[in-house]
Design a protein. Structure first.
Length: 439
């Protein structure tokens, strides 16, 4: 279940990116008085009064512009609007209503989404300048000044009022598998093979799949939903392209919705920086995953080839040493049955609970084999460990002083636990609790 999504839209240079940056708490979007600076969606996690949501910044909409990027910007905003639970429509209070504002308002009314109308750049909080915006028929206009940080709390209160209590109202309890990777890695072929039919378009043209597509199936009497996604490109590869470049949010959305992710690599090609970056997205989202080395039939093999590839993966994916690889060919079907078998194993690992007594025995052994080093003239003492959550497994370490925990020793503890318990394919998390806790 993904977080609710809030999209910020409006014509160029009304302050959307400044609003975005203020709400998420640090500068992410480019802020520049030149219209059209934000051409790609930017998104980040935000929170207001305990309500988590994803905030999405979009490029300025100007239907009458001759800018070659405008068609792409419009498509970008359209995708964000389709996915959003709440739309923040921002206008400029100093300019008053423009024809562009009216065109955008007409478009938003057809979306049937919850809309918060925000009138920015009222630095002296001139509420009377908001009255004319009732003409847009989008409800009460909220006066704000991002520059002066005025009125933002009221806007955020309205946003969270519209946020759904539960995103998935249909209570879909199926296990969700997202399939992600670079364009033309064979994702759609894998999806079709799992489904047993050609339900997703397959083409050797990179970027054929532009949207995330959900399809249902059963395996071992369990209900699954598999999500095929657009290929993720590096920014410089798509910034001058058409709508393929604006499908990244759908892929990120699919990852956030997934219970497990298939990260598809083209085994016939060298593992690229973008392959590693995609794996990083999945790792940062805390999702269990499987590295699917597709097109294995195109690789010249000896009895040492898999070992060679595993060593390459070890080097490239140092940050997720728990990765679980399978080598398959979606075209020939070779080893294809391994995918769902490994999916079930990894999901089991991600849902694994360890008894508190066993955890503390493992901890005692780890400390006996390698005592925590001194730091700042003091030695870290680990008193107790317990498991707080699953999916991913999350453990709480109670210590004398959290500031004394060094990342290298935490990594040692993780490796020790992984050697004792099968957590392959899933990240695990450690939460440190102790005096002067800064973690």
């Amino acid at each position: 279940m993904r977080k609710p999504m809030v999209a910020i839209v409006g014509r160029p240079n009304v302050g959307k990116s400044s609003f975005f940056n203020y709400i998420v708490g640090h500068r992410i979007s480019i802020v520049d008085p030149t219209p059209g600076v934000t051409r790609d969606r930017v998104y980040a996690n935000a929170n207001w009064c305990g309500h988590d949501f994803t905030l999405v910044d979009t490029g300025g909409l100007d239907p009458k512009s001759s800018d070659i990027f405008q068609e792409n910007i419009f498509r970008q905003a359209q995708i964000a609007i389709e996915l959003a639970d709440v739309i923040v429509f921002m206008v400029d209070g100093r300019d008053g209503i423009t024809n562009n504002d009216k065109d955008i308002a007409d478009f938003l009314q057809k979306s049937n989404k919850n809309i918060v109308l925000v009138v920015n750049k009222l630095d002296n909080f001139e509420v009377d300048k908001t009255y004319e915006f009732y003409e847009l028929n989008l409800g009460e206009p909220f006066p704000i000044s991002v520059k002066q940080a005025k009125g933002l709390g009221e806007v955020l209160d309205k946003i969270v009022e519209f946020l759904p209590n539960q995103y998935d109202e249909k209570k879909d309890d199926s296990i969700k598998i997202a399939v992600v990777g670079r364009p033309n890695a064979g994702k759609s072929s894998i999806v079709n093979k799992i489904l047993g039919e050609d339900r997703v378009m397959v083409s050797n043209i990179a970027g054929t799949t532009r949207d995330a597509i959900d399809s249902s199936f059963k395996f071992n009497n369990k209900n699954y939903t598999i999500i095929d996604t657009a290929g993720l490109r590096r920014k410089r590869s798509y910034e001058n392209q058409s709508i393929e470049g604006y499908s990244v949010l759908r892929s990120m959305d699919a990852i956030s919705r997934a219970d497990i992710v298939l990260i598809v690599f083209d085994a016939s090609q060298e593992i690229s920086e973008q392959d590693v970056r995609i794996a990083g997205y999945v790792h940062e989202a805390g999702k269990p995953s499987i590295i699917v080395m597709n097109k294995w039939d195109l690789v010249d093999k000896t009895d040492k080839t898999i070992n060679k590839f595993n060593k390459i993966l070890d080097e490239k994916l140092k940050f997720m040493s728990y990765f679980k690889p399978v080598y398959i060919s979606a075209l020939s079907g070779k080893r294809f049955g391994d995918i769902m078998i490994e999916v079930e194993k990894v999901l089991e690992n991600s849902a694994r609970r360890i008894k508190t007594g066993t955890l503390n025995e493992l901890l005692a052994t780890a400390v006996m084999m390698n005592e925590p080093p001194y730091r700042k003239g003091r030695r870290l003492k680990i008193k107790y460990i317990t498991q707080a959550e699953i999916n991913p497994p999350t453990f709480v370490l109670f210590v004398n002083d959290a500031n004394l925990m060094h990342f290298s020793y935490l990594r040692y503890l993780e490796n020790h636990f992984r050697n004792a318990v099968d957590f392959s394919g899933t990240p695990i998390k450690f939460v440190i609790r102790g005096r002067e806790n800064s973690n």
